[in-house]
Design a protein around this ligand. Structure first.
Ligand code: APR
Length: 174
């Protein structure tokens, strides 16, 4: 299972996966961070398509074209804002990964790339988020042939270390 999960450092807008995931907000109308980078790289047609959804609840996911991005699709998911851990943040983050993977599989995506959802502006604790992400990705892959491969694209060395540690811990415990 773990051979189907990779951790890399880089800019997700340059990753030629079948689908890349956007850490969006519930408006789906763009923002800063990876959301801003994806919209800038995809071009204005991405926002035009996003407008049609009329927003997206936290934990759910919506799929669009990739436009000028190397990826065929963008899967947008609003992660939870960290408010101390008492407002279902863990479960909502888990749902982001579950729903993105389900949408990717339904669209025949063989490769999917995720950013570190909610660990930037939304301040979700990094190690906690990494453990949830790896658990949900590994759990989904155990029961599905698609996607064949999932890559966590980390924007900085600290995030990459956290996801590598989470994958190692999961593999040790599996
Ligand atoms: N490629 C990969 N990862 C990136 C990129 C990029 N080009 N740019 C930023 N990141 C990383 C951040 O360093 C962080 O580790 O994505 C992770 C998520 O951070 P944010 O983009 O701030 O997303 P999040 O914490 O989920 O907050 C979402 O921020 O940008 C707004 O519109 C967005 O309101 C929403 C909120």
């Amino acid at each position: 299972m773990q051979t189907r999960i990779a951790i890399m450092e880089g800019d997700i807008t340059q990753v030629a996966a079948d689908a890349i995931v956007n850490a969006a907000n519930t408006s789906l109308l763009g923002g800063g961070g990876v959301d801003g980078a994806i919209h800038r790289a995809a071009g204005p047609q991405l926002l035009d398509e996003c407008r049609k959804f009329g927003g997206c609840p936290t934990g759910e996911a919506r799929i669009t074209g990739g436009y000028r991005l190397p990826a065929c699709y963008v899967i947008h998911t609003p992660g939870p804002i960290w408010r101390g851990g008492g407002q279902d943040e863990d479960a909502l983050l888990a749902r982001c990964y579950q729903n993105c993977l389900a949408l990717a599989a339904a669209h025949g995506c063989r490769t999917v790339a995720f950013p570190s959802i909610s660990t930037g502006v939304y301040h979700f604790p990094l190690d906690r988020a990494a453990a949830i992400a790896i658990r949900e990705i590994a759990g989904f892959l155990a029961g599905h042939t698609l996607p064949e491969r999932v890559t966590m694209v980390c924007f900085d060395p600290r995030s990459a270390r956290a996801y590598r540690a989470a994958l190692a811990a999961y593999s040790a415990g599996a």
